[in-house]
Design a protein around this ligand. Structure first.
Ligand code: CP
Ligand code: NVA
Length: 311
C-alpha cells in the first residue's frame, strides 16, 4: 500500500552529480536487467501501488511517454500535471505545491525552467524529486545516453565524446558525467554560446577540452553528439542562433574524422539540416532510436533505486 513515508533515505536526482560512480554502475546493470524483462514480456512490478507525479512546465514527448509507460510497467501509477491545468500556473508558491503534492505521491518528476525551481521544490518535498529537464541540466537523458553507449560499445571510461553545438543543459550534463565517470568531452560551441563553468560545477580540467573548430572536436572521437540550436525557453533568440550556429552542423565530413566505429547521438527532437544532416541522423552510425527507447529502461532503474535502494 502507498504510504509515502520513505523506507529509504531521501535522495533526489536533480543533476548528474547527485549519484556516485558506483551507483551509476548499479543503475546501468539494473537498466539492462529491466530492459531484458521488458523484451521478454515478463512482468516486473516492484513499484506496485506507488504513484509518480509528473509536472511539465515545458513540452515533451519522450520524457512524458518514458516516465508514464515505465511507471505503469513497474506496477505503479502516474498523475500528470502541467502549468496550465494546475494551480502552479496561478502562482501557488513552489514550496506549498511541493508540500502538498509530496504528501500524496511517492515520487515526483519535474520539467521546468530554472534549476533553482526544482531545487526549491525538492527542499520542501518529502519524496524523491527527479529532474526531467531544466535550463541547466538533463540528467535522465545522459543516464540513457551512457547506457546506450555501453550497450553498443562497452564501458565509456577513457573514451572521447565530441559535443558540437550549444553550451546548453545537455552539454552541462555531459561535462558533469565525464568528470564523474572518467571520460573526455571535446567541446565546440560558437562564440557567445559557451558553457558556464559555474553552472557545471568545479571539475578537474582533465575531462574537458575546448575547440573553436567543430571538425577538430570530432577528430578521433568515440561518440559525436549534438542538440538543437535553440532550446525550449530561448525561442526569441532563434534567428540570431541560426546565424551563429551555421557551421555547427554534424555532417558526414565531421563523422569521417571521428573513429571509424564512432556512434552518433542526439537527445531528440532533431532538426535535419540544422544541427545534424539527414545522412548522419538516419545513417548507420546513428543510435538515436535506441537512445530514445533507453530513456524508459534507464528511468525505470532510476525510479526503482530512488524508492527501493540497490535491490
Ligand atoms: N529528449 C527529450 O527529453 O525529449 P522530450 O522533450 O520529447 O521529452
Ligand atoms: N536542449 C533541449 C533539449 C530538449 C530535449 C531543450 O532544452 O529544449
Amino acid at each position: 500500500m502507498t504510504s509515502n513515508v520513505q523506507a529509504m533515505p531521501l535522495r533526489h536526482y536533480l543533476q548528474f552529480t547527485d549519484l556516485s560512480a558506483d551507483e551509476y554502475a548499479h543503475l546501468f546493470k539494473r537498466a539492462a536487467f529491466i530492459k531484458a524483462k521488458f523484451k521478454a514480456y515478463e512482468k516486473y512490478q516492484p513499484l506496485a501501488d506507488r504513484t509518480l507525479a509528473m509536472i511539465f512546465e515545458k513540452a515533451s514527448t519522450r520524457t512524458r511517454v518514458s516516465f508514464e509507460a515505465g511507471m505503469y510497467q513497474l506496477g505503479g501509477s502516474v498523475v500528470h500535471l502541467t502549468t496550465g491545468d494546475s494551480q502552479l500556473g496561478r502562482a501557488e508558491p513552489i514550496e506549498d505545491s511541493a508540500r502538498v503534492i509530496s504528501r500524496m505521491v511517492d515520487l515526483v518528476m519535474i520539467r521546468t525552467y530554472g534549476q533553482d525551481k526544482i531545487e526549491n521544490f525538492a527542499a520542501h518535498s518529502r519524496v524523491p524529486v527527479i529532474n526531467g529537464l531544466t535550463n541547466e541540466f538533463h540528467p535522465c537523458q545522459i543516464l540513457a545516453d551512457i547506457f546506450t553507449y555501453i550497450e553498443h560499445r562497452g564501458s565509456i571510461k577513457g573514451k572521447t565524446v565530441a559535443w558540437v553545438g550549444d553550451g546548453n543543459n545537455m552539454a552541462n550534463t555531459w561535462l558533469q558525467a565525464a568528470d564523474l565517470l572518467g571520460f573526455k568531452v571535446h567541446l565546440s560551441t560558437p562564440s557567445g554560446y559557451e558553457v558556464d563553468p559555474a553552472v557545471v560545477g568545479v571539475r578537474s580540467a582533465a575531462s574537458t577540452q575546448f575547440f573553436k573548430d567543430p571538425m577538430q572536436a570530432c577528430e578521433g572521437a568515440d561518440l559525436v553528439t549534438t542538440d538543437v540550436w535553440t532550446s525550449m525557453g530561448y525561442e526569441a533568440e532563434n534567428e540570431a542562433r541560426k546565424k551563429a550556429f551555421a557551421d555547427w552542423c554534424v555532417d558526414e565530413d565531421m563523422m569521417k574524422v571521428a573513429k571509424p566505429d564512432a556512434l552518433f547521438m542526439h537527445c531528440l527532437p532533431a532538426h535535419r539540416g540544422e544541427e545534424v544532416s539527414a545522412e548522419v541522423i538516419d545513417g548507420p552510425q546513428s543510435v538515436v532510436w535506441d537512445e530514445a527507447e533507453n530513456r524508459m529502461h534507464a528511468q525505470k532503474a532510476l525510479m526503482e533505486f530512488l524508492l527501493l535502494g540497490q535491490v
